[in-house]
Design a protein around this ligand. Structure first.
Ligand code: ASP
Ligand code: MG
Length: 422
C-alpha cells in the first residue's frame, strides 16, 4: 500500500471503526456518533469506518447464493458491499443532526484502490487528497464505508469477511493517524476466550506479533490482515467496546513490543475448535513427494495448517497434516484425484475429525526456555494425549482430542498464571 500524505498536514487524525453490533440500528448509530463527537471536540479530524449492520452481510451473501450458486464474484461484491453503503450514509446523517460537519464516502469515491481479486481483494492505494481537502475546508468527520474498494477495471471489490478492520488500519496508515480505535462488542483482547475460561483476563497491551498469532489462531476480534498491516505500518491499534463508558485507558492497545514494559512470558492461550488431522499412510519417500501432496491440496482449495512428516522405513513414510474440519471432503477429493492420475501413491488416507488446536503465545518465549516442557507437563498431568506439535518463535501449538479442549485451555491458563498481571 502506498501513501501520499504529507506528515504534519492539518489537525491530528484519528480513525474510529465501528463493527456491526455498534451500528445495528439508528439508535446504536446515534450512540456511536456521540463518541465521534467527543473526539471531534478534542480537536481531531476523524475518519469513521463503518461495517454493515450486524447480520446484514450474512443476509446479502445468502441472497447471492440463493440466486446463483456459481455466482459471478463481481456481482457478489456489488451486492455484499451495499450493507456498508447504508451505514456510512446513516452515520453521516446522524453526525449532521448533531451539528458535526460530516459526509460519507463509498470506497470507490475515495478511491480505495484494490486488486481485482473479487471477494478477497487487497488494498493497493488510498489517495488522501480528496478527504484532506475536505478537512481543510472545515469538514470534521469523513465517514467511509468499510470492506469495499474499486478494482483497476473500475468494478466494486470487497476485502473478505471482517475486512472493515483492514480498511480502518489502512486509512490510519495512509493518513498517519495518531491511533486507530476499533469499537466492537467485546471490551478488549483476553488471555483466553472468556466463554470457556472463566479466569480469562483482559490485556491492557499486546504486541503486534502476539496479536497476529492470536488472531490467526481463532481469537476472532480482528481480521488477521488488519493486524499484519498495523504491524507493518506501526499503527497503534486499540480494541474497545462501544457498549461501555469511554476512557483513554479502555480496551486493549495492540502496539510495538517496545511499548510494553512488563509482560508475562505467555500472553495468552488460543484455541481453534474445528480442526481435522489427516494422515497419508505409506507414501514413497522421495524428493518431490511433499510438493505433489501440498500442490494437490492447495489446488483443491484446502487451507493446510500443521504438517508433520514421519521417519521413513524402507523408502516409505507417513505424512500428517491438519486443516479445518469443513475442508476434509475437499482434501479427500483432491488427493484421490492426484492418486488416480498416477502422480501419488499411498496405502490409505486416515482422517480424524474430532481434534482441536490449543496454543500458547508470547514474545517472552524468545528469551525464556522451558515453556514447551511446562505446556506438555500440564497436558500430561490432565491425561491429555498430544497428537501433533508445531512451534514458532513465539508460539507452541498442539492438536488434541476435541473433548479435552476446554480442560486444556483452563489448565494452561492456570499453569502460566495468566489471571495475574506480571
Ligand atoms: N460486513 C463485512 C463482514 O461482515 C465486513 C466487516 O464487517 O468487517 O464481513
Ligand atoms: Mg469484525
Amino acid at each position: 500500500m502506498v501513501s501520499d500524505r504529507q506528515k504534519g498536514a492539518g489537525m491530528p487524525v484519528l480513525v474510529m471503526k465501528f463493527g456491526g453490533t455498534s451500528v445495528a440500528n439508528p439508535d446504536r448509530i446515534r450512540r456511536a456518533a456521540k463518541r465521534v463527537g467527543v473526539e471531534v471536540a478534542k480537536g481531531y479530524d476523524v475518519i469513521v469506518i463503518v461495517s454493515a449492520m450486524s447480520g446484514k452481510t450474512n443476509e446479502l451473501v445468502g441472497w447471492v447464493e440463493e440466486t446463483s450458486p456459481m455466482f459471478d464474484a463481481r456481482e457478489y461484491d456489488a451486492i455484499v458491499s451495499s450493507g456498508e453503503a447504508v451505514t456510512a450514509g446513516l452515520m453521516a446523517l446522524t453526525l449532521q443532526e448533531m451539528d458535526v460537519p460530516a459526509r460519507s464516502w463509498q470506497g470507490w469515491q475515495v478511491p480505495l484502490k484494490t486488486t481485482s481479486a473479487h471477494a478477497s481483494a487487497r488494498i493497493e492505494e488510498i489517495p488522501t487528497k480528496n478527504i484532506t481537502q475536505k478537512f481543510a475546508e472545515g469538514m470534521r468527520v469523513a465517514v467511509v464505508a468499510g470492506f469495499q474498494g474499486i478494482s483497476p477495471e473500475g468494478r466494486i471489490t470487497t476485502l473478505g469477511r471482517g475486512g472493515s478492520d483492514t480498511t480502518a488500519v489502512a486509512f490510519a496508515a495512509a493518513f498517519d493517524a495518531e491511533r486507530c480505535d476499533i469499537y466492537t462488542d467485546v471490551d478488549g483482547v483476553y488471555t483466553a476466550d472468556p466463554r470457556i475460561c472463566a479466569k480469562a483476563r483482559k490485556l491492557d497491551r499486546i504486541a503486534f506479533e502476539e496479536m497476529l498469532e492470536m488472531a490467526s489462531l481463532g481469537a476472532k476480534v480482528l481480521q488477521t490482515r488488519s493486524v499484519e498491516l498495523a504491524m507493518r505500518y506501526r499503527v497503534r491499534l486499540r480494541v474497545l467496546s462501544s457498549f461501555e463508558e469511554q476512557s483513554d485507558a479502555a480496551g486493549t492497545l495492540v502496539c510495538a513490543e517496545e511499548d510494553i514494559m512488563e509482560s508475562n512470558i505467555v500472553a495468552g492461550v488460543a484455541h481453534s475448535r474445528d480442526e481435522a488431522k489427516l494422515t497419508l499412510l505409506s507414501v514413497a519417500d522421495r524428493p518431490g513427494i511433499a510438493a505433489t501432496i501440498f500442490t494437490s491440496l492447495s489446488e483443491g482449495g484446502v487451507n493446510v495448517d500443521m504438517i508433520v512428516q514421519n521417519i521413513s522405513e524402507e523408502g516409505r513414510t507417513d505424512m500428517t497434516f491438519s486443516c479445518p474440519t469443513s475442508e476434509v471432503p475437499r482434501a479427500e477429493a483432491a488427493l484421490a484425484k492426484t492418486h488416480e492420475a498416477g502422480e501419488l501413491n499411498f496405502a490409505e488416507l486416515v482422517a480424524d475429525k474430532d481434534v482441536a488446536k490449543v496454543s500458547v503465545v508470547g514474545i517472552g518465549m524468545r528469551s525464556q526456555s522451558g515453556v514447551a516442557a511446562k505446556m506438555f507437563k500440564v497436558l500430561c498431568d490432565e491425561g491429555i494425549n498430544i497428537k501433533v506439535i508445531t512451534t514458532s518463535e513465539i508460539k507452541i501449538s498442539v492438536l488434541i482430542d476435541r473433548k479435552y479442549m476446554e480442560l486444556a485451555v483452563q489448565s494452561l491458563h492456570d499453569a502460566f498464571d495468566l489471571d495475574k498481571v506480571a
